[in-house]
Structures are given as structure tokens and as C-alpha cells.
Design a protein around this ligand. Structure first.
Ligand SMILES: Nc1ncnc2c1ncn2[C@@H]1O[C@H](COP(=O)(O)OP(=O)(O)OP(=O)(O)O)[C@@H](O)[C@H]1O
Length: 907
């Protein structure tokens, strides 16, 4: 049971930066842009006055620049939701607090205002007007959001008691993996156009990878004002899609970036509409071409049997054109900038959604990569990588791209791949399928991570250690998530939730079933101890699974843990298990328990009083006999001594051993009987007072027998030891012989331990012990009063009229006499006279059906009972008294444990 703690420290500015192909170097990373946050006030860093003044001046300058570009500042009252403004899709761009402005400002401060960086100048005239129009609208929305965000931040600051005279509270913090990723992924103004390379990241669970990749993506796309699918985030499950979308929406709030999701369970057509915007364009030439093609198809002039995906899409496009207005052709424009999706759905859209393509993709992020690369999901890797590498046709290019292509600059366009996991695979064949360009492997060390194929560091891997004590500060936008309340306390889930699910408040993970692999284990336990919090993971395993778990997981060096795994043996008591059953089952299980307790007791007596006693007494007799024989040659001193030793001490020592064993057992039995007696007194079930007295008396009889037997054996064995040297020993032994004989008779006749095996007919499923005891009491009383010998069936059955054969058979069955009865019938009568059909499987529980000669049945039943005499019913009663005593005892014990457990839970 290992407590897992994840602690993180701020990033180092210089880290080893080797690549996976083994070329290692040390790169001075640019200072990582910080994630500005406004949070609860720990470690605040206020701007110096000079910085503040500079910031204000820059702000003014930007405002002026906007005005000169013709961007109108939209006042909050002026800006109407809806209308012409490109409002956020599905409320994604909500303003929770002041973060948005801070993020925007931070971005602008670090990189300058990219919106004004002259890219628009490179556009041709057609696009320019449209771009400027969009830019106006977006800037208006941005400035509206900035204002609203600023106000929200101030209100928040006031509420938190953080407001200071001059400005909003500001704080900067980031997680380790984020420091590394931001430094590597964000565009860096200090380096001159570094060629982009792909990155594989292995970082512990809960270390904040999501924000680490979402933020650079959003920052890099923030300045693009036309909507095109530029980033695609692939995750394995729809839950993770929702989670990543939340983070992306938080980061991109106010930027105008549109985020779409594609997951399997949504309606495909609806999803298509959200991803691609349909329109139409006046283009008679293209229209005529498409119509001509459609006609040829219609006349079956074109062979479309082996049409591939591309042809199918062309066919669809043609059909869409047929449904258009004359001289118009359909247009499809992307409706999202960032797509978060599962791999299967991505492939479905690539195959089946007109206008959906990855031509403009700048980022391909694959989270939980090891799992995604392990499973084929419609060969998604080949499909996606293939789509990225297919050259974009000129028809799909904008005029700017055409210009760039002509000047051969567009060859630089490349979708940067970022591959992440807590258990990152090093399998080259899997990673190779992604066709990574100059990849770097980043390993962020800390508790909770593991490398799938490799242990510890390796050559060609960039490692970032986490050893410090510094705690996290949650970015303001994520505060909602932290405070997020769930209406459940315990989540029971399959392995589906083991990956990526972020429930920050989760403190314990219980592996009820053993994880199937180390990677599964790491991801499962990674649901707790997230983002610097502490948590514990418990794994339940049975004895036969222990070795595997211990060797492969608990002691595995590839899992980084802050402490060793603790092991606790849990002994599940059967009685506790019984507690968990429903009431009906509990009763019958308790009866089984009692039945076993009676058996144990009987067998114990049998074993000790017969097997052990006989064996030891036999040995004693042999030794004493041998010693006595040796005494014939008692004139030889050595033989005399040996004879004395054998017949005296050694011979009697067997008795002593038996006495010790017997004493232990009788003490145990005395205690058990006492427990019965106490349990009867404290019984919570209603018991007839007479029966209560009988139960107590029976328990006391057991106590008496235990004392009598134990003391007699002990004293007699002591006497026999004394008698080896002193004759008064025989005086002690003599009375013991009598008490032992008496105790033996008491055992047989009063306690009934030489009775028939009643256990065999106790049906624990439908057996009412109390009712049966009552009935036996009545039978015994009737038989005692009538004092008849031999006993008659009518008296036993207490029947006023002559009992029917069926009633007789039922009575005999109830008292375990059916087998005797049948064997008597068979031995006395021919099969022609009596035919008996037993149907024990009868659902109604009816007794065996008998086709009979009534006189024969009566005769056999009477003989059967006369053979057994009244003793049979007394023995049966004693057995049931003992069974019920055990039952009450177990019940009391279970109730006490239950009370204690409830009390424990309450406290
Ligand atoms: N800078 C930060 N400061 C504090 N908390 C953060 C920060 N960034 C992210 N978090 C929080 O850390 C938690 C874990 O983040 P995230 O889900 O991205 O982890 P992960 O590395 O993807 O984990 P997994 O491998 O299990 O998917 C989230 O609750 C998130 O809100």
C-alpha cells in the first residue's frame, strides 16, 4: 500500500537535449514563458514600477496601432452577442475570470502582437479585404473579452482580498513538464526560425501534460484569423476528449479560435456540420464540368467499380453539385481551428466528410500515445500520416498559399507532432509509423511515471528531474476544475477510466482486480496524487497472484515511487463474509457454520478420547509391560534401573502427555459451552422460556463433563507418575478410575455422543431448528408420560387418528429414519407388495411418494422405531440443542463484530 506523492520543482533552464537516435547534446533552452495565473495569493511577485510603466506604455502603443489599422474598439455595451460577431462555438470561450487577459497580455509581451506582424500584407487583394474584415471583428471581440476579463479578475481579486492599489494580482507558476514543453514548443523570438522538430514526451501521470501541449498550440494559432483545421489532438477515449476540450477552451478564451470535437458516440452528420461549413459559389464552368461528368456516370460510361476514397468523395461532391442552384457549385470550408478527437472518428471524417482534410495541419498531438499506437483503430496512424504527407492540391489552396508555393516557401509547411504518455513506448517500429522528423525524447522524472520498454535513463533521452519541494499554484482558469464537485464519493470503473481521467480530489485508487500490465498499473494509480497532491493506491491480490505483483510491479525499477510499497496481509474471516450476504442467505450460512462447529466438537472429542488416548495408553502399556518383564532380572543393577525407568517414569509419561492434551481440549470445550450458555442468556431472538432452560442446561452439562473428564485425567496421570516411586500414588488413582467411568457413561448417555449422525439430514436451506426442538420436546414428553415400551408409532406421531402412509413417510423422513424404513420394507416385503418412488428433486419438497400396502408400512415404521427406542428422539433433541447453541453463539459474535464495525465507521 504505497503512498504516492508527486512533487514538482520549477524547471532548470539548461537540460541535456539528446535525440532518440543517440546524438546527444546540451542545449541552452530559451527562458520558458511563464503561465500567468491569478490565484489564492501564495508567492506573489508584483511588478516593479518600471515594469508596470513599460507595460502600460506598450498597451497604449498597441491600442494606437489597432486604431490606425482601422480596428474599432467595441465597448461592452456596444457589443451584442450574436449578430455579426464571431461568437465562440458552443460557449467554449467563456470568461471564467481574469486569466484570459493575463494570458493575452503575457503572450503579447513575450512575442509582440502577432496580429500586427504584417502577415496580412502578404495576402493578395481578394483575401485582404475579407481578412481585414474578420480581423476587425475578432479584435473587437478580443478587446471586449479583455475588458470583461480584467473586470472579472478585479472582482475576483477583491473577493479574495488580494487587490492592491495599482493592479490585478499576478502570479506565475507552471509544472515541470509544462516548462519543458512550453520552452520547446512555443515560437521563440530569441532564436532565428529554428526548424521545427517532433517531440516525444514521457511525463508522470497528473503532471499537467494537457496544459503543456494545449497552451503552445493555442498560442501559436492565436494570431491566425481565418478558420482552418490547424491542430488535431488525438486521445483514446471520449472522456479524455471532453477533458482536453475544457482545457483548450480555457486557454483559447477570447482568441476567436474554434474548437471542435469528434467522438464516436455523436451523430456523424451533426458532427460533420460542426466541422465543415457548407456553402455555394457561382462557378458556371465548374458546374458544367460536373454536370457533364454526372451525365456520363448516369449513362454508365464511367467505370466506378473500383473507386477509391478520393473518387468516392469526388462522386459525393458531384452529387452535391447536382442538388445546387444552376451554375453554382458547393463549397466546403473548415469550421474549426483545433480538433480534439478519438482516432477512429478522425479516420471516419477523413474518409467520409467532404471538405475535411489535414492539409493545413500545423500540430498533430497524440496523447496517451502508447495505447493509441498499440491499437489499430481502423489503421488510423497510416491514414493520418498518409493524409499529412499527401500534397495539397492547388484547388484547395488559398491565393496566399499559391503565392507562397510559387516562391517555394510552402515546402517548409510541416505538421509538428507531439507524442505524449506517462508510459511512453520506445518501440521504434511503433514510433516509426508516425514518420517523426528529427524527434527528441523528453523524459520528465517524478513519482508516478514509468517507461514502457526501458528502465531509467538511456542514451539519447533528455531527462528533467524533479526533486524539489515546491508546491503548485493552480492556474486561475483551472480553479473551477479544482473546485469541481461530483455527486459521488466512490467511482467504480473498468480500465477505461484508467487513462487520463482527471479527478483532482481523488485520494485513493483501489485495484480490485490486478492490472494486466505495468503500464496499466501506472495509469490506474495515476488517477490519484495528481498535480502535487498526495494519494494512495491499494492493490488487492490473492496469495497466488502475489508473486507476480510483487516482482513485476511492486519492486519494478521502471516505476518511480517516493516510497516503498507496503504489504499488509488481510485475513478475511468467514463470518465477516457471511455478514455481507442478504438476510435469507445469512441465516442458512450461520446454520452451516453451526453445523460445522458441532462436527468439529464431536470429531475433537472422538479424536482425543479415542484415537489419541488409545495410542498413548497403548504405548504406556507396552512400556510398563516391558519394564515389568525386565524386573525378572532385577538382580542386575543396570537392568533393575532400566526396568524401573520404563515401568515407572517413561511408561507413565505417556499418560502425562495424554493428560496435558486432554486438559487443553477440555478447557477449550468448557469455554465453548460457557459461551453457549451466555449466548442463550443474551439471545436477541425470541425463544420459548422452557427451551431456553433446556438450552442452558445442555450447555451446563457440557461444562460439567469437561470439568469431570479433564480433572479426572489430570489427577490420574499425576497419580500414576507419583506411583512410580511412592505407593500413595495409587490412592490418588483409585477414585479417578471411578470418575472416569462415570464421565464416560455421562458422555455417552447424557450428552449422546454415540448417537446416530443427525447432521446428514439437516437441510440448512429450510430448517427451522426452534420448531423442530419444540416438536421433539413434545414427542419426548408424550413418550415419557406413556412410559410404553416398546414405543408405538401413534405415540411418536402424537396423532389422534390412525396416520396415513404419506404422513408416516413424512414423519420418518423428518427424523432421519427414512433409510432404515426403506431397508426394512425391502427386507420384509417383496417388491410386488410395496412400490416406493422417491422423488427428492420434487420442487414442492414433498416426501417421497409411496405406493403401498398400508399395513406393511405401519409394520415397518413401528419396527423401525422400536429398534431405536425413545433414545433416538432424545439424541436428536440433544443434537439440535447443541446446534442451536452454536448458532446463537455465532450470531452473537457476528452481531458484536458488526456493531464494532459500525461504530468504527461512525467514528
Ligand atoms: N500549472 C499548473 N498548476 C497546477 N495544477 C495544474 C497545472 N497544470 C495542470 N494542472 C492540474 O494538474 C492536473 C493533471 O493535469 P493533466 O490531466 O494534464 O495531467 P496529465 O499529465 O495529462 O495526466 P495523465 O497522464 O494521467 O493523463 C489537472 O487537474 C490540472 O488541472
Amino acid at each position: 500500500m504505497a503512498p504516492l506523492y508527486a512533487r514538482y520543482v520549477p524547471p532548470k533552464s539548461a537540460v541535456a537535449s539528446p535525440t532518440v537516435n543517440g546524438l546527444s547534446s546540451t542545449t541552452e533552452l530559451p527562458p520558458s514563458p511563464r503561465i500567468p495565473v491569478t490565484d489564492d495569493g501564495r508567492k506573489k511577485r508584483k511588478r516593479s514600477e518600471a515594469e508596470e510603466a513599460e507595460r502600460k506604455a506598450r498597451k497604449e502603443e498597441r491600442k494606437r496601432a489597432k486604431v490606425t489599422q482601422g480596428v474599432k474598439h467595441v465597448d461592452e455595451n456596444e457589443a451584442q452577442p450574436g449578430g455579426d460577431l464571431p461568437l465562440p462555438v458552443d460557449g467554449e470561450h467563456s470568461l471564467a475570470d481574469g486569466t484570459d487577459e493575463d494570458v493575452l497580455e503575457s503572450h503579447n509581451e513575450t512575442y509582440g502582437d502577432n496580429a500586427d506582424d504584417g502577415e496580412i500584407d502578404a495576402m493578395d487583394l481578394d483575401g485582404e479585404r475579407e481578412e481585414q474584415h474578420r480581423s476587425k471583428k475578432d479584435m473587437a471581440v478580443l478587446s471586449k473579452y479583455q475588458k470583461a476579463a480584467k473586470r472579472a479578475a478585479q472582482v475576483q481579486a477583491l473577493q479574495d482580498g488580494e487587490a492592491d492599489e495599482g493592479g490585478e494580482p499576478e502570479e506565475e507558476t507552471e509544472l515541470h513538464v509544462q516548462s519543458a514543453l512550453l520552452a520547446l514548443l512555443l515560437p521563440n523570438p530569441t532564436l532565428s526560425n529554428p526548424p521545427p522538430n517532433d517531440i516525444c514526451v514521457s511525463a508522470p501521470t497528473g503532471s499537467g501534460k494537457t496544459l503543456g501541449y494545449v497552451l503552445p498550440v493555442v498560442e501559436s494559432l492565436r494570431s491566425r484569423l481565418d478558420t482552418r483545421l490547424r491542430a488535431c489532438i488525438v486521445v483514446p477515449t471520449r472522456e479524455l476528449v471532453t477533458q482536453a476540450k475544457e482545457v483548450a477552451a480555457m486557454c483559447s478564451a477570447g482568441s476567436g479560435l474554434k474548437i471542435g470535437v469528434a467522438v464516436g458516440h455523436q451523430n456523424f452528420v451533426t458532427e460533420q456540420e460542426t466541422l465543415v461549413k457548407k456553402g455555394r459559389r457561382y462557378d458556371p464552368v465548374e458546374y458544367n464540368r460536373l454536370m457533364a461528368k454526372a451525365k456520363r456516370r448516369f449513362r454508365c460510361e464511367e467505370d466506378d467499380e473500383d473507386e477509391d476514397d478520393e473518387d468516392a468523395r469526388a462522386g459525393e461532391y458531384m452529387q452535391a453539385a447536382v442538388r445546387m442552384l444552376p451554375d453554382h457549385v458547393p463549397t466546403y470550408t473548415p469550421a474549426v481551428d483545433i480538433l480534439i478527437c478519438t482516432p477512429g472518428r478522425l479516420v471516419e471524417h477523413l474518409n467520409g466528410t467532404l471538405g475535411f482534410h489535414l492539409d493545413d495541419l500545423e500540430w498533430l498531438i497524440i496523447d496517451e500515445a502508447d495505447r493509441l499506437l498499440d491499437q489499430s483503430f481502423q489503421e488510423w496512424v497510416a491514414k493520418v500520416v498518409g493524409s499529412l504527407e499527401t500534397k495539397k492540391p492547388e484547388s484547395r489552396m488559398g491565393s496566399r498559399e499559391k503565392v507562397l508555393k510559387r516562391s517555394r516557401q510552402s515546402e517548409e509547411h510541416y505538421a509538428r507532432k507531439v507524442i505524449l504518455s506517462a508510459t511512453m513506448t520506445r518501440d521504434i517500429s511503433k514510433l516509426g509509423a508516425l514518420r517523426l522528423r528529427r524527434p527528441s525524447m523528453i523524459v520528465v522524472k517524478g513519482a508516478g511515471g514509468a517507461d514502457e520498454d526501458l528502465q531509467g535513463d538511456s542514451e539519447g533521452v533528455q531527462t528533467i528531474g524533479i526533486d524539489g519541494e515546491e508546491a503548485f499554484e493552480l492556474p486561475a482558469g483551472l480553479r473551477d476544475k479544482k473546485a469541481q464537485k461530483h455527486d459521488f464519493h466512490i467511482l467504480i470503473s473498468t480500465d477505461r477510466a484508467s487513462r487520463g481521467l482527471d479527478l483532482p480530489a481523488l485520494t485513493h485508487v483501489v485495484n480490485y482486480a490486478l492490472p494486466t500490465s505495468l503500464a496499466t498499473y501506472v495509469h490506474r494509480v495515476g488517477r490519484t496524487a495528481r498535480a502535487g497532491r498526495s494519494g494512495e493506491a491499494w492493490t488487492l491480490f490473492a496469495d497466488n497472484e502475489g508473486r507476480w505483483f510483487w516482482n513485476e510491479i511492486a519492486r519494478s525499477k521502471s516505476v518511480r515511487r517516493p516510497a516503498k510499497v507496503e504489504r499488509t496481509k488481510v485475513v478475511l474471516k468467514r463470518r465477516r463474509v457471511i455478514l455481507a450476504q442478504n438476510d435469507g442467505e445469512t441465516e442458512s450460512l450461520r446454520l452451516v457454520d453451526s453445523w460445522m462447529a458441532v462436527n468439529f466438537r464431536e470429531l475433537g472429542w472422538e479424536y482425543i478420547e479415542r484415537t489419541i488416548m488409545d495410542t498413548l495408553m497403548g504405548l504406556s502399556a507396552i512400556t510398563v509391560g516391558a519394564g515389568t518383564l525386565m524386573a525378572i532380572r532385577g538382580d542386575i543393577p543396570a537392568v533393575f534401573k532400566a526396568s524401573n525407568l520404563l515401568s515407572g517414569y517413561i511408561g507413565n509419561s505417556f499418560n502425562a502427555v495424554f493428560a496435558l492434551i486432554n486438559t487443553g481440549w477440555t478447557i477449550l470445550m468448557w469455554r465453548e459451552a460457557r459461551k453457549h450458555s451466555l449466548a442463550v442468556s443474551a439471545a436477541s431472538v425470541s425463544i420459548d422460556p422452557k427451551l431456553r432452560i433446556r438450552l442452558k442446561a445442555h450447555a451446563r452439562e457440557h461444562q460439567f463433563y469437561a470439568i469431570l473428564n479433564g480433572v479426572s485425567v489430570l489427577v490420574s496421570s499425576a497419580g500414576s507418575l507419583i506411583s512410580a516411586t511412592l505407593w500413595p500414588g495409587y490412592v490418588v488413582i483409585a477414585p479417578c478410575v471411578f470418575t472416569l467411568v462415570f464421565s464416560n457413561l455421562f458422555w455417552r448417555h447424557k450428552l449422546g455422543y454415540d448417537r446416530r449422525p443427525f447432521q446428514s439430514w439437516v437441510d440448512t436451506q429450510c430448517f427451522d431448528v426452534l420448531a423442530r426442538l419444540k416438536m421433539l420436546d413434545a414427542i419426548n414428553r408424550t413418550l415419557r408420560i406413556s412410559r410404553e415400551s416398546p414405543i408405538s408409532l401413534e405415540n411418536c406421531m402424537m396423532a389422534e387418528e390412525k396416520p396415513s402412509s404419506a404422513a408416516i413417510v413424512q414423519f420418518l423422513q423428518e427424523h432421519g429414519l427414512l433409510d432404515d424404513f426403506y431397508s426394512l420394507l425391502r427386507s420384509r416385503y417383496t417388491t410386488n407388495a410395496v412400490s416406493v418412488t422417491t422423488d427428492k428433486a420434487s420442487p414442492s419438497g414433498a416426501p417421497p411418494f409411496v405406493t403401498y400396502d398400508h399395513a406393511a408400512v405401519m409394520d415397518a415404521a413401528n419396527s423401525c422405531l422400536q429398534k431405536l427406542e425413545i433414545r433416538h428422539f432424545r439424541d436428536e433433541e440433544r443434537f439440535l440443542l447443541e446446534l442451536y447453541g452454536c448458532y446463537l453463539c455465532i450470531r452473537k459474535e457476528v452481531e458484536q463484530t458488526d456493531d464494532k464495525r459500525k461504530e468504527k465507521i461512525r467514528t
